[in-house]
Design a binder for this molecule. Structure first.
Ligand SMILES: [Mg+2]
Length: 260
């Protein structure tokens, strides 16, 4: 089975690192794969940083990485909007790096509800009543409503933070509208972006992640091989109860060479 795998997709938080700490062996495994000529990409649902920021962090932790090898939900959102509404006027409930990414991609950022064509919900630790009011007014006037990722919480060292689901819920609750698209994992929009970057058929790819309902679910639905690592958010009980069973279950990424 191993010899047909040509592409490897790695979730970041809980799979490659935990906060600022590399999962032991991750650097060695990535080096081995690259040495064998495999394609490697890294995947995150977080829109808090740009692809450049993630590449810098991986490089700093001992895995030299180019921005083009990183796919995160802000990149998938930019790709999604560029195809459907290039140069549209948008309002993002999100943090500065995400807004800068939208500006760089040619979108117009506005806080005027009469001009806003798209409202984008994202993980935003600066979310406040002013932003809620702008989004509310724009959505009431018929702006489109999309979000970067469905995660309820984001794991950090020693706990979790409320994530994008909290922002989506606020906007849905006050407008009675339903978000039209959530582009991050496990959306097929993320798979599309991965396969475009990988330039490989899905069945030649292995997706490695620590969260069953996003990583493993998405990999399975795309026709990829999947490996669940127990170094992140999933415990044995969750694994047993899930309808999305992975092809492999490993204590950590360090086990990967066993299937090559
Ligand atoms: Mg993860």
């Amino acid at each position: 089975m191993g010899e047909e795998l040509k592409g490897f997709i790695f979730d970041l938080d809980g799979t490659i690192y935990l906060s600022e700490r590399l999962i032991p062996g991750a650097d060695w495994v990535i080096r081995l794969l690259r040495h064998r000529g495999a394609k490697v990409v890294f995947l995150s649902n977080k829109a808090l940083q740009t692809r450049e920021n993630y590449a810098e962090k991986l490089t700093r932790l001992g895995i030299p990485t180019e921005p083009a090898e990183v796919i995160n939900s802000s990149f998938v959102m930019v790709r999604y909007l560029t195809k459907r509404a290039p140069e549209a006027t948008v309002f993002a409930v999100g943090e500065v790096p995400f807004i800068e990414e939208l500006l760089r991609a040619g979108f117009v950022i506005s806080e005027d509800p009469d001009r806003i064509e798209w409202v984008i919900a994202s993980f935003d630790r600066t979310f406040d009543y002013r932003k809620l009011c702008i989004a509310y007014e724009a959505l009431k006037r018929g702006a489109r409503f999309v979000a970067t990722n469905p995660d309820r919480t984001c794991p950090i060292e020693g706990g979790e933070l409320p994530d994008c689901a909290g922002v989506i819920a606020h906007l849905e609750a006050v407008t009675l509208r339903k978000v039209e698209a959530i582009v991050g994992k496990p959306s097929p929009l993320t798979i599309e972006a991965i396969l475009e970057v990988m330039d490989l058929p899905a069945n030649e790819c292995l997706l490695v992640g620590d969260r069953i309902e996003t990583d493993i679910r998405m990999g399975r639905e795309a026709g990829m091989k999947t490996a669940l690592v127990m170094s992140g958010v999933t415990d044995e009980q969750t694994l047993k109860a899930s309808p999305y069973q992975p092809d492999y279950v490993w204590p950590s990424i360090a086990e990967l060479p066993g299937i090559l």
